[in-house]
Design a protein around this ligand. Sequence first.
Ligand SMILES: Nc1ncnc2c1ncn2[C@@H]1O[C@H](COP(=O)(O)OP(=O)(O)OP(=O)(O)O)[C@@H](O)[C@H]1O
Length: 608
Amino acid sequence: MQKLVKYLLPYRFIVAAAVFLIFLQCLTQLLLPDLMAKMVDVGIVGGNIDYIYEMGAYMLVITVFSMIFSIAAGFFTSRASADFSKLLRKDLFDKIDRFSLEEFDRFGTSTLVTRTTNDVNQLQNVIMMMLRVVVVAPLTFLGSILLMLSKDIYLSLVVLLVIPVLAVFVYFVSRKIIPSVQEMQKQLDNVSRILRERLTGVRVIRAFNKEEAASRQYEAANADLTAVSLKVNRIVAILFPGMLFLMNLATIAVLWFGSFRIETANLTVGDMMAFIQYVTMIMMSVVMVSFIFIIIPRAKVSADRILEVLNTDDTIPDPKTTAEFETISESESLSKPENISTVPIVEFKNVSFRYSDSEELILKNISFSVRRGETAALIGGTGSGKTSLISLVPRFYDVADGSVCADGIDVRDVPQSELRRKIGFVPQTAVLFSGTIAENIRYGKEDATEEEIWKALEIAQASEFVENMDEGIHSYISQGGTNISGGQKQRLTIARAIVRRPEIYIFDDNFSALDYKTDADLRNALRAEVKDAAVLIVAQRVATIKNVSKIIVLDNGEIAGIGTDAELTANCEVYREIAASQEAVSPDSSQGSLQETESQTDNTETAE
Ligand SMILES: Nc1ncnc2c1ncn2[C@@H]1O[C@H](COP(=O)(O)OP(=O)(O)OP(=O)(O)O)[C@@H](O)[C@H]1O
């Protein structure tokens, strides 16, 4: 937890001011019992009304000051703790933002959300309390004891005997809380994970009439969380009445022994009343410390969870010494075709790959290359490794063996931002963010003009439906793109990649969600636009990739064949099987074949 203290350092002056004000407030509190004792002994017992007024006025002024110090300290502590959590949340967000997909897979999204929100809030609350307690508790404790001793040593011993009993009680009860608090945090993660899945999958749940099963699962998780919260609260419920009991016991002891001391020694009634106040103050400081015992373990759990994120080493770091891509301007590259066709823009050299959580290789010995102006289509059964393969190009994951090169340079040797600048990636699941269509498209190119946006939409076959929207490209997309159709969403994500004018387009099975005509129109428009770029495309339908010069057939993580449709039909058993299975289930598949819709010119230059 100490490691997180650095987040308070920028606010050290605010913290210092808060601590100083709390210190002053504490001193004023310690003055009051003695003034009250004097008021009782001289004013009440001695019948001196003026003295009562005088002491009363002192006490009033001190109380007002105490209140002012307390309010000002409150402002400063809340300021420091709020700023602390703002800074911590920012750092957490920045760290998570840099995570590779491997870390996302490892942590899971819901726990990252809880850590950035709930756990940071826990720490914020703790800091607010701690700033007060670390000053008030020791100062009140020691101050009260010294003042007590100055009045009557014998009576003080009675009180001092009760304190260790209280401390031992607090220690043992608090120790019981720590594991339960850790468990509570885990259960909270579980509830938020289930809630998230249920909410995002609400359509599937309804379509399959699984509401009951879903609510049973949620109820079970909820019950687990309730059970562990109850356990923690039960312990807390024992702690406070227990402490109160001991406090009352100490007060009774002071009254009992105090009455003897009044008779036998020279203890005054006022001093005994002050004694009772000191006892209360001492006990309250112990209560405060015990409260720390409860909140510190909670905060420790939160701090550990936050530090786990902050200390996670990037599994995909940028290289220390970076290579640089050769910049070939567009005009140059177009005018010198030899420049652009000799070095493959994407090359896989004996690549093997596994996810960090599995032993098994997902890709084995993959070698192929794609040149500028060339399209390569990946086809293969479900789970054959197509998505995994294309994820290696933007370096979402690192290879286990071999290498992936972009423009002749290993992707591990260039900064990721440089690498990704070359790539227009369209993920399998269309993801849009809350904001306007233009804002979403500008994720691809920050400074894209409206003209460029419309052009990209046109190529992606999205301009028509955007035109029909009330505010065109300034129409608002609600969270996750729920106010547009799945196909429309998909086309917008394609436009987002196109606006970037990348050198490498990667489409992860995005066209199979479109109808055949839109699919064909989009490919035609794209082919005309991306003459200079390489296109890597995951496809499901053989019929739509017949014109592609390089079809890569994946089977169980291995390349089963590379070639044109004709070559593969002649030589690749897996390809024939895929084609045959699709013809068998889709008698009209030939209608959508690009052979019929595309005018093929040069089979090395076609965009799928
Ligand atoms: N993040 C991950 N962690 C662990 N294993 C994964 C992960 N993603 C995919 N896999 C596994 O890797 C294998 C290949 O998955 P991949 O998604 O690459 O296949 P695919 O060919 O794209 O499938 P589909 O056509 O269904 O999209 C599968 O066995 C899958 O279970």
